[in-house]
Design a protein around this ligand. Structure first.
Ligand SMILES: [Zn+2]
Length: 217
């Protein structure tokens, strides 16, 4: 039987390595060599949905997790995925979007109009003041917001976009999933109406008639 002294020495050494992971580049990967892209919604519990522990307890750390409105592809999502896949040892990407998403709950053109009514001119706003080179073409603001017509479709397109993006290594394993807020279960994205019958997965279910500006062809 090991002494407590031996156990403690091993624990201290392991914690030291963990705390210094980013010094080791690809050899200091997170536990599961995993990058997660998830919607920011508070009803999407990433750890519970995926059966992992993203950032707890101290000394753990199964994944790098990026959250934004919708869990969709954006330039910053690509930036973060590029960094973790190329330089921090990540070998897998998991995308989680969810039913009842706020990104289904309005039309992007109406949101843009509402900002204009508040005196904001989206066409003259700098997207990132630290990177003035990053510009939207005039009229692209509503598209930039990234509202969805259908969360399953958006999830499938998000997977495809990461799979074909030149900044993401070709051998990274990529999958996407839908968290059903209503049933608290994870499912694969699907267009099969029966499989999503108990859930709100489209903007039409939120009473939105007009289609969103297209982010994918
Ligand atoms: Zn959401």
């Amino acid at each position: 039987m090991k002494t407590l002294q031996e156990d403690l020495s091993a624990r201290v050494a392991a914690y030291d390595h963990w705390s210094q992971r980013r010094r080791h580049g690809p050899d200091g990967a997170n536990n599961r060599r995993l990058w997660v892209l998830a919607c920011m919604d508070e009803r999407l519990p990433v750890d519970e949905a995926l059966g992992i522990r993203v950032d707890t307890p101290a000394g753990g750390g199964d994944a790098h997790c990026f959250r934004n409105a919708g869990g969709i592809v954006t330039d910053d999502a690509i930036r973060s995925a590029m960094l973790t896949c190329h330089f921090f040892g990540t070998r897998e990407i998991v995308i989680v979007q969810h039913t009842q998403c706020g990104m289904l709950s309005a039309n992007a053109f109406d949101l843009e109009k509402s900002l204009r009514a508040k005196g904001i001119d989206p066409d003259s706003v700098q997207m990132d003041p630290t990177l003035p080179e990053l510009k939207l073409e005039k009229g692209a603001f509503a598209k930039w917001i990234g509202m969805m017509d259908d969360v399953d479709e958006a999830c499938m397109k998000t997977i495809e976009t990461f799979r074909t993006h030149p900044l993401i290594p070709k051998d990274v394993v990529i999958s996407g999933w839908i968290w059903e807020v209503e049933t608290r279960r994870l499912r694969a994205p699907t267009k099969d109406a029966a499989k999503r019958a108990r859930t709100d997965a489209t903007s039409a279910q939120f009473g939105i008639g007009e289609r969103q500006p297209r982010r994918w062809n």
